[in-house]
Design a protein around this ligand. Sequence first.
Ligand code: DUC
Ligand code: ZN
Ligand code: ZN
Ligand code: ZN
Length: 472
Amino acid sequence: MSLLIKNGEIVTAGGRYFADIYCEDEQITAIGKDLDFDADEVIDATGKFVFPGFIDPHVHIYLPFMGTFSKDDYASASRAALVGGTTTLIEMCCPSRAEEPLEALQLWNSKAEGLSACDYTFHMGVTRFDELAESQLRTIVADYGITSFKVFLAYKGAFGIDDAELYATLKLAKELDVVVTAHCENADLVAQTQAALVAEGKVGPEWHEPSRPVTVEAEGCHHFMTFAEMTGAEVYVVHTSCQPAVEAIVAARGRGVKATIETVIPYLVLDSSYTERPDFEGAKYVMSPPIRAKEHQDFLWKKLADGTIDTVGTDHAPFDFSTQKHMGHPDPNKAVNADFSPRGEAADFTLIPNGVPSVEDRVNLLYTYGVTTGKIDLQTFVATASTNAAKRFGLFPRKGDISVGADADLVIYDPAYTGIISAETHLMNTDYSGFEGMEIKGRPACVTVRGQIAAKEGQFTGTLGRGKLLKR
Ligand code: DUC
Ligand code: ZN
Ligand code: ZN
Ligand code: ZN
């Protein structure tokens, strides 16, 4: 199979220029002006950008969480990712404390293998640290090519580890040259604040944000940075939502900590007014850390533009509104149990499964609300949505770049397209969209995965099961 892409404007993190791209089998084999090769398929990219395939460094696809399971599988998630221009997924493998790490990784991988249409890898969740876990983590790094861990400072009891385990995890990561990603919120402070709000009768979704204020996230970041500083491990803070959190990490960088900063697309295009929407609509936007006030959103865009924030992921965590999110409804007549039968008593926001489905929309939203508004330039767009994650997680230059020898994961992007996001047309397996009604200006006209056309104009055309586990 060969593919020739003609007359497009190639945009990478490093530059932009007009050239043709020739792909043979799974790789890019030539880039140049007026390439004149015979190809099985020729794509005219006149008037379009050609970007490296986008990488989502933070998704949840299989996620047992808060008494329920996330709604996507690798068929729905990879189809959605691909029509939206994302060609590589990095999923959080999140075992419970009772599970052994190796069995958990095999379980998570079994959900992807043979089903995913795009390539994928995992961040290995470290949700316990003992002798057995340590030896299995060593195997996971060496044999599965998983070179990143994930820890939760939040969600104690489910995934969270204590400080002794955190210290041991970071020491092991330093020894193995593994980067540790972390969800940074102080779990005990969250629990205390939640309990106080609920006791005061503050039970609706609008109280989710006040229950996890910015200062609690900043403390989590400072806490994690202290451990990074003490151990010398390289770290990555996931879904940074606000100014104090970013500032805590930047301060640690000043002390020599090697820290990468991720934000996620909901924080860039939604603000806390969404969680305040009436009739329980706010539950659609409940995720953690919470979606913040507009001033934090403005700050995040500035820090993306100036290079302080390195990556934009999604924290894609898909739960249905009509059933799953209703597990936290304060009206006894509308609250449901985990099997979605009437609960018979009032619930509160602490029972709303956390997450906003967004793997399909990240690239188009970042382009529309970042690039077309002038908040970020095209290079920053490519760097933060693809290249920087590829570099940080050991995938570069195979992924995240357009260069000879790289995988032919390409996004031919149509900046003239306009459309409206809606759950009625999205491919994610949820009954709502957090971005319902939002306009997008631009979308992928054609997406390739290792030389095969996997999406065209919003339609999935790829092959389920062709995606590979990327050894790093
Ligand atoms: N936050 C969410 O909102 N959902 C999944 C896990 C997380 O950390
Ligand atoms: Zn998280
Ligand atoms: Zn602390
Ligand atoms: Zn997450």
